[in-house]
Ligand binder design. Structure first.
Ligand SMILES: NC(=O)c1ccc[n+]([C@@H]2O[C@H](COP(=O)([O-])OP(=O)(O)OC[C@H]3O[C@@H](n4cnc5c(N)ncnc54)[C@H](O)[C@@H]3O)[C@@H](O)[C@H]2O)c1
Length: 453
């Protein structure tokens, strides 16, 4: 499919494309421009972002910050190997990152890949210090108020906050986006997604390695076991909604002609984490006494202004193969990723029978993947991680909005506290806030509209 057909399929007008000058112009304008970046948190995720930043010719890594010596050493080795200039390194205490915000020469953008509970303060301080582009790992904050605070900080500073939600760029997810925009599924009616990933070896380890080898967490754990597991002790809700809801939000133009209206969540009993501790560490291990508040399977339903329903699942404590469980269903057809099937009425090979999704996904490969697949080689999560950093950097170069903005980040993140609230209230349906203050009615889709970023 050529670019013109793609744009036509996406329902774009010349006006909505006006902010996107032609490739050639950018090549000229940005030929020698280097985007000055810093990273807070070079742990498991931050190292992957570091790698992607180092690979690019249009970035200058000015500074990094972390409080963990071991991971800083890994980061320094990676930088040395890249042949790039060693950035300034900020470390020593939990507030070292604050000094980094005022690094000499200033920053065009900052990437945050720290524990969830630190994001809000790091984002808001970055914005208030004058940094115009903040790329933050999932999620924006913890409470609903946190999410509002970040939105207000972005508005107050006229600055951009992009949540680095990589699954939005997964190849099959993007091909299906292309198909939805070309109307293959008809009018969308129901969507599903989630985070269904056995994280027991992430939530517990031996305090030395990233995955497993022990049943420690908190102070005695390493990487995510150090901080993430505590959320399973104290909270019950959909703790990790963004990988499922990010793609779904793009399919149905959330914040851009549509919005989430109400939400209700249900939680199953929680057995998986306790059983794992007992099985691997013994019934006498101190962590066998810990009461985990998180239910093993948390199910959330969301209603939308345009009449669609969304079903999300959070399932991280039980033995199971990985699956995000996507389903996109419209008046003319359906995609499900678990069975790798697509059915389009009147177009599929046989009535009532699934086509192998691959034929459709190949045919409707998104122009971004078609153009950049060479550059994705070696990037994390099957290549999709390339696109988040690519989009962040390209938006900075163009001094334009990021393809997912602070309102998108806020609605995705808000699902967690709203689901906790609904469960607390005995599965009551709760209102979804409108972070855009009514702007959703007029905003137009900007995510992956062209093959540029
Ligand atoms: N999108 C994805 O696919 C994906 C995958 C993994 C993690 N993540 C997200 O990335 C974020 C980080 O997760 P992770 O797996 O890298 O965890 P991690 O624990 O491995 O890394 C976090 C890093 O932050 C550092 N840190 C903690 N406090 C700090 C402070 N005050 N100042 C500076 N650095 C500090 C830690 O030392 C650690 O190196 C989380 O939001 C997580 O959900 C996303």
């Amino acid at each position: 499919m050529n670019r013109k057909d793609f744009i036509k399929g996406a329902g774009l007008t010349a006006a909505s494309m006006a902010f996107m000058p032609a490739n050639g112009l950018f090549a000229k304008t940005f030929a020698d421009q280097k985007v000055r970046l810093a990273i807070i948190g070079v742990g498991a995720r931050g190292l992957s972002h570091l790698d992607l930043v180092l690979r690019r010719g249009d970035t200058e890594l000015v500074a990094i910050c972390d409080v963990d010596e071991k991971t800083l050493e890994l980061a320094k080795k990676m930088i040395e190997k890249s042949g790039k200039k060693m950035p300034q390194v900020f470390t020593g205490d939990d507030s070292a990152w604050k000094k980094m915000l005022n690094v000499k020469g200033g920053l065009d953008g900052i990437i945050i890949a720290t524990p969830w509970e630190l994001h809000k303060e790091m984002i808001i301080s970055s914005l208030d210090s004058g940094i115009k582009y903040v790329g933050t790992e999932v999620v924006l904050g913890i409470t609903l108020e946190d999410h509002w605070d970040v939105v207000k900080a972005a508005e107050r500073n006229n600055a951009h906050v992009m949540m680095l939600e990589n699954v939005c760029y997964r190849r099959d997810v993007m091909a299906v986006l292309n198909m939805t925009r070309q109307g293959l599924f008809g009018e969308l009616v129901h969507l599903q997604g989630g985070y269904q990933h056995d994280l027991r070896e992430v939530k517990f380890n031996d305090g030395k390695q990233y995955y497993g080898g022990g049943v420690e967490f908190g102070e005695k754990g390493y990487s995510e076991a150090r901080w993430r597991t505590n959320h399973s002790v104290h909270r019950n809700g959909d703790l990790y909604p963004t990988h499922g809801i990010g793609p779904v939000a793009n399919y149905i133009d959330i914040n851009r002609g549509n919005r989430f209206m109400t939400l209700s969540s249900f939680s199953s009993k929680g057995r998986g984490l306790h059983n794992y501790v007992v099985a691997k560490g013994g019934a006498d291990h101190p962590n066998a006494k810990v009461k985990f508040k998180l239910g093993d399977v948390v199910t959330t339903q969301i209603s939308c202004a345009n009449g669609e329903t969304v079903l999300l699942q959070h399932d991280t404590n039980l033995p199971r193969p990985y699956s995000l469980g996507f389903r996109v269903q419209g008046t003319d057809g359906i995609w499900m990723d678990v069975n790798k099937g697509i059915y389009i009425e009147g177009k599929s090979a046989k009535p009532h029978q699934w086509d192998n999704a691959k034929e459709w996904l190949d045919k409707y490969d998104h122009p971004l993947w078609a153009r950049w697949s060479k550059e994705t080689a070696g990037a994390g999560h099957g290549g999709m991680d390339f696109f988040v950093i690519h989009a962040f950097v390209e938006a900075i170069k163009r001094e334009t909005e990021t393809p997912m903005d602070v309102y998108d980040a806020a609605v995705m993140s808000a699902i967690t506290p709203l689901s906790e609230h609904s469960i607390d209230l005995g599965n009551e349906t709760v209102e979804f806030p409108d972070f855009t203050g009514g702007k959703w009615m007029k905003r137009k889709p900007v995510f992956a509209i062209t093959d540029e970023y």
